[in-house]
Design a protein around this ligand. Sequence first.
Ligand code: HEC
Length: 195
Amino acid sequence: MNKDPNEPLLEGHEADGIKELDNNLPRWWVWLFNITIIFSVIYMAYYHVLGKGNLQIAEYELEKSAGDRIKAESVAKFEATIGTLTPSKDQSVLSQGLQTYTTLCAPCHRPDGGGLVGPNLCDDYWIHGSNYVDNVKTIINGIPEKGMLTWRGVLKPNEIQAVASYIYTFRGTTPPSPKPREDQAPASTGPSPFE
Ligand code: HEC
């Protein structure tokens, strides 16, 4: 080492005129560095050696099951009140229903409700019951063996009510070339909530 006695911090080597200055690191920096080492030892022991903490996947599963529980509770609450539901006439609900219908239902029931794969939703003939509550139940449970999907867990309760309210507005309309009636059960003659 060929140190310069007037510049004790200067290291003795040099490359292309660049010299190294041997400064002490600031105390705060050294402590920060030490703390990260201490932290890593504690972290390693806690999560990997003792296995006390939840790793990412376990944490994810935990949060997901908490979320699923909340969802199941709200669906159960909704299903308990189904019998008392009536179709909404609220424009914002109906336009939300229209949106859901257009994206999810129209491919099978046609945009005008005339029926395609799924039956006509405009006429007086229903396979699974004609009143609003029947429709809500059909939408929730689906008829998987006949090709009607179940929307439980896919649509939120308020979305199911909105789309059921929307298809209620098809009643009595006469779209061109509708699918012929598929059942002999005429619509119930109870009072329409729209009257
Ligand atoms: C993959 C095609 C398909 C999609 C998508 C679909 N449906 Fe259906 N839907 C059907 C079929 C098929 C039936 C008839 C089931 C049967 O014959 O029992 C049906 C039946 C129904 C019924 C009962 C009709 C009756 O006569 O009782 C309602 C109400 C209904 N669907 C609403 C909806 C709504 C609302 C959506 C969108 C959220 C939807 N469907 C999406 C195929 C579909």
